[in-house]
Design a protein around this ligand. Structure first.
Ligand code: NI
Length: 181
């Protein structure tokens, strides 16, 4: 990442919207040499996520192709911010769970997505300490959704082509209409 980009994200960064091609890239791992920039990137990500507002945001969604995301599933009055760097799902349950998902890169669009119900994820926290999290419910869905972003995958990719196209056309139409006002 260029020094200019690092400076730019001290302001709240814009969230990329589909069909921005940067959302489709596979992000690279965060390296030790990235560490001094992580705090700055994380601040920008939280600012963008809370402004939206949303419960999760991956670095590629603000145009930074690094394997990290932020999330906060806490209630409105009690923030529970989490940073997951280089996350990797190491175990998934056989049983599946279906829940409605949305995405800040597809504003206003929602669909039911089926994923493994429980997962085990290993990651590094902001300071580089290795951690492990067992998740089910909303947390499991959120982590899988955000890790998908790091591989250029969007929740609509889990839908049938028919449903995906309906959603993409609806998004494009709404974006056109908003631009007109
Ligand atoms: Ni998303």
């Amino acid at each position: 990442m260029s020094p200019n980009l690092a400076a730019a994200i001290q302001q709240t960064p814009d969230i990329l919207i589909v069909p921005d091609k940067r959302l489709r890239l596979r992000a690279r791992p965060v390296l030790a040499s990235d560490r001094d920039r992580i705090g700055n990137i994380v601040s920008g990500m939280f600012a963008a996520m809370y402004r939206a507002p949303g419960i999760g945001l991956a670095a590629p969604q603000i145009g930074i192709s690094l394997r990290m995301f932020v999330m906060d599933l806490g209630p409105d009055n009690a923030r529970e911010p989490h940073v997951l760097v280089n996350p990797e799902i190491v175990a998934v349950s056989q049983d599946l769970a279906t829940r409605e998902e949305g995405c800040l890169s597809l504003p206003g669009q929602y669909a039911e997505v089926t994923r493994p119900a429980r997962i085990t994820t290993v990651y590094e926290d902001e300071s580089g300490t290795k951690r492990r999290i067992e998740a089910d419910g909303l947390l499991a869905a959120c982590i899988q959704h955000e890790i998908d972003h790091l591989d250029g995958i969007l929740f609509i990719d889990h839908l049938s082509a028919l449903k995906r196209n309906i959603l993409l056309r609806k998004l494009a139409k709404e974006r056109r209409e908003n631009r007109g006002t």
